[in-house]
Design a protein around this ligand. Sequence first.
Ligand code: NDP
Length: 317
Amino acid sequence: MKTLKFSNGDTMHAIGLGTWKATGGDVKKAVKEALKAGYRHIDTATAYGNEDSIGEALAEVFAEGEIFREDVFITSKLWNDSHAEGQVIPALEESLKKLKLDYLDLYLIHWPVAFRNGVDSPKKPSDYLTPEEAPIIETWKQMEQAKNDGLARHIGVSNFSDIKLKELVSKAKIKPEMNQIELHPLLQQDNLLEYCKSENIHVTAYSPLGSGDRSENMKGKDEPNLLEIQAIKDIARKHNASAGQILINWQTQRGNAAIPKSTSREHIKENFKAASIELDKDDMKKIAALDEHYRFITGEFFEEPSKGYKDIYDEKS
Ligand code: NDP
């Protein structure tokens, strides 16, 4: 398995298990299946409401004595309602309690948007804190504290544009070590990847398979299906692989991590085995030609111009 290496020598498997929209017994079973299939990287977030179930799975697997805590790279994310002063460490401690862990491998600021404490999903402008009320650098200082306290071995962000990252990098004592962003052949984000590379910021691709499940947060049923793109299917046939495996391997071949979500035993195993494919230059060229700058996760659900959040990804003007 390819790994991404951090400056202190820690490594993270390039293929991890995503867990958004997987809860209860389903996610517990998926995490156990994944660890047994060889995964050593699990992605969750406070907002997914599944840290408890993942914690149960991890505790049961660790108790069996074959896989140890230090073998598994576990990421969670700070929800938007805990950005303000004094809220980050308690939020992280709550995640650790649910996950039954005493440290996270990676803790990320989930979105560059702040809500009032206790607001899960904003319904009105007053549910937001403005960037002046909760400046991202103040949230970041608390993330730095979490790292210094040993509660998170690594810290980073998610859904940050290069503009937002540059500003944070210019003010941070500890540089973000990761940006977790939507990436797939229809949204290749070359400029953002180049900037991250120039600053030694790793990139994890979310929704690498096109996010599957549709919710009210997304645009609906007429969205493109990455698994049905002819060029991807042709490359899959050439390598005797599945379309999903090609989409995952393309990420690791570009030097990124990918966290495909699955609760199906077959998909979990299939996705992990994507590591063994070698895409050639011609495959990479064909996939590069597919970029349409198409987002499944538009971020519009968090935009509130009256509160200073008018263009989450800084790309509309
Ligand atoms: P994915 O792109 O991982 O797609 C998941 C969907 O693909 C599910 O419906 C799954 O169904 C299906 N699937 C999985 N494997 C295969 C396969 N081999 N063949 C066919 N279908 C397959 O979507 P997500 O949006 O969930 O993104 C992945 C992860 O990234 C999330 O779970 C989360 O951890 C993270 N994420 C982070 C975000 C952020 O803001 N930082 C935003 C969005 C996601 P099944 O379960 O039946 O296999």
